[in-house]
Design a binder for this molecule. Structure first.
Ligand SMILES: [Zn+2]
Length: 200
């Protein structure tokens, strides 16, 4: 049985709660923190507290943003507000923005429907998407969830929900291999997927 002073043990436990971090890695990280100067350790702790305090979901698109108002994309006068691109994750917005091809707005679901992981439609930001479309001014909703089983099922589910609103619903034309993620797709492929999108 290993013995650490309680404060160190607590630090190890906090690191061990992070995704993908086992007990051994947690110990390594805790010892690293102990080797920092007091200023460095303070800056690290402050970054955690400050990120948690400052980052919120944009009230319009649900992407992560600082402050209470809409994010910079929703607030931009240069974006095409008639287009909404639906993605699973804030990281997917970064991927789409990187391609610099897309000029519309986004809607971040914060996950996909996954019975296996106990994620139901109620756990996702779907109601706010329907409200945006219902409010009018949207001509097309682009489904850009990943081309895996759960991403496809989520896109199908949403397209059915959106049918009554008489809005065009399209799906990215994935030349992207099945099972791959938007996040790791190169810009050229993403651009082709966007240009070749098809009505669902
Ligand atoms: Zn936004």
């Amino acid at each position: 049985m290993e013995y650490f002073p309680p404060a160190l043990e607590n630090l190890v436990e906090q690191f061990a709660k992070l995704p993908g971090i086992g007990r051994k890695s947690a110990q390594r990280l805790a010892f690293h923190v102990l080797s920092l100067s007091p200023e460095e350790a303070e800056a690290f702790a402050q970054a955690v507290v400050e990120a948690k305090r400052a980052i919120h979901c944009c009230p319009v698109c649900q992407n992560l943003t600082e402050g209470d108002g809409p994010c910079s994309i929703c607030a931009s006068p240069r974006r095409d507000t008639s287009l909404i691109c639906v993605v699973a994750d804030p990281k997917d917005v970064v991927a789409m923005e990187r391609s610099r091809e897309y000029q519309g707005l986004y809607h971040v679901l914060h996950g996909v429907i996954s019975p296996m992981n106990h994620v139901s439609p109620d756990d996702l930001h779907i109601k706010s998407l329907l409200e945006r479309v219902a409010a009018g001014g949207v001509s097309e909703v682009i489904m850009a969830t990943n081309p895996d089983t759960e991403g496809e099922a989520t896109a199908m589910y949403l397209s059915r929900l959106l049918k009554p609103f008489q809005v065009k619903v399209t799906r990215l034309a994935y030349g992207i291999p099945v099972g791959s993620h938007l996040e790791y797709t190169d810009d050229a492929t993403l651009m082709r997927a966007l240009e070749g999108r098809r009505e669902m």
